[in-house]
Design a binder for this molecule. Structure first.
Ligand SMILES: *Cc1c(COP(=O)(O)O)cnc(C)c1O
Length: 395
């Protein structure tokens, strides 16, 4: 069971707001402000440079990594935190293609988040070895796995529709054909119990379901045993075995530690560390079960009240991540109208209205209010006002 009365009280949710966008940016944990103040005043302000030793700043990437490892079913010492997800994807991908020097296909799908594909394109160009990125429809990926695939790189949950891949099944075939595996868990970590399914690499965000705050650093998992064999693409000094020996040549640290690049973002890591306290004692299977209940309730209520929106997410709860998406021709202004009424979701072009399901702080009342307000806006065409049509930079 998820004790929502307990976990909801750990967040600073603004009055009058119903939040269904924790899949994009998790809300502020109450304890974050005190932690940030401590880091600023008692650590940075008082300790100055001594803080790297006295306040444990240098240990944060691995310490926070171990806390995330527990949430994604990874062993201690196999996860490191820092940098953006775009960079972590590139680190994983570059290491993976080195494992298969005679293959040239980077296999992903056309539902993957664009930055993952863009980074793959940039890497292929930089390598200059003729790697090609293939992006079939998600349902066709399994059939495409074969001996010419250099790496399989997939995001488990589709950011637009919430469709969830069957990772264990894909992994089984990939392994049978010697294909290294990179999973992007951006919409998985903190949404349900993750099955790494023998992945070689896994990466993900901490500002979505893990509530680390805007721009919070990403994580990377490397399979134990494999990590020691990797020559990192970004051979930064903090991934060196002895950064303060200041040697002129790069020598990678043991294990996943070599995936650190430069100076850790101490403020962001500290706030993330505090945000992760919320997960202590949370049963991820119970969280997933609750997320299914809330999403079924939302879908049923939206569909019962109007017929202009069509469900873009898989109808079976087990085939979705913790999000529900509807297609609506006027999705952008409708979302703006919804936000104006205090119900926050977001929009992904061309016509997807997205709603994140986050049982740590959502109640049935939140779900009902969101569904009812949405249905009312669609029914009354309240979205059809000039101010709701103006496109903002972030949708
Ligand atoms: C959110 C998300 C990203 C974002 O990458 P950043 O480098 O953190 O901006 C990348 N990939 C996927 C699959 C995502 O869902």
């Amino acid at each position: 069971m998820v004790d929502v009365a307990h976990t909801r009280a750990l967040f600073d949710l603004p009055a009058g707001v119903t939040y269904l966008n924790g899949n994009s940016l998790g809300p502020l944990p109450k304890a974050a402000a005190a932690r940030a103040k401590t880091v600023l005043q008692n650590e940075w302000g008082t300790e100055l440079i001594r803080g790297w030793n006295t306040a444990g700043w240098m240990a944060l990437p691995d310490k926070v990594g171990d806390r995330i490892a527990r949430l994604i079913g990874a062993p201690e010492g196999s996860v490191s935190v820092g940098d953006t997800l775009s960079l972590k994807v590139t680190q994983a991908l570059s290491a993976a293609v080195k494992m298969t020097p005679n293959r040239r296909v980077i296999l992903s799908d056309n539902g993957n988040f664009p930055t993952d594909l863009y980074m793959a394109q940039g890497l292929a160009e930089t390598l200059g070895q003729g790697h090609k990125i293939e992006t079939p429809n998600p349902e066709q990926v399994l059939d495409r796995i074969s001996e010419d695939v250099a790496v399989l790189m997939l995001t488990e949950v589709d950011y637009r529709t919430g469709r969830r891949h069957n990772l264990p099944k894909l992994a089984e075939k990939a392994r049978a054909h010697g294909v290294p595996i990179v999973w992007d868990l951006a919409h998985s970590a903190g949404a349900f119990p993750v099955d790494l399914a023998g992945a070689d690499f896994a990466v993900g965000c901490t500002y979505k379901f893990l509530n680390g705050g805007p721009g919070a650093p990403a994580f990377i998992y490397v399979r134990p045993g494999l990590a020691d064999t990797i020559t990192p693409l970004f051979s930064g000094w903090l991934g060196h075995a002895a950064p303060f020996a200041f040697e002129t040549s790069y020598r990678p640290d043991a294990g996943t530690g070599r995936m650190r690049i430069g100076t850790p973002p101490v403020l962001a890591l500290s706030v993330l560390d505090t945000a992760l306290d919320i997960w202590d004692g949370v049963d991820l299977s119970a969280l997933e079960a609750r997320s299914h209940e809330l999403s079924e309730r939302f879908i049923a209520r939206v569909e019962a009240a109007q017929s202009s929106l069509s469900l873009a997410s898989p109808r079976k709860a087990k085939k979705r991540g913790a999000q529900v998406s509807f297609r609506f021709k006027h999705g952008y202004p409708a979302m703006q109208a919804l936000i104006a009424q205090g119900v926050i979701g977001d929009f992904r072009a061309p016509d997807i209205m997205r709603f994140g399901i986050t049982p740590l702080y959502q109640t049935e009342d939140d779900i009902d209010r969101a569904a009812d307000t949405l249905a009312e806006i669609v029914r009354t065409r309240a979205w059809d006002k000039p101010e709701f049509h103006a496109r903002k930079a972030v949708t």
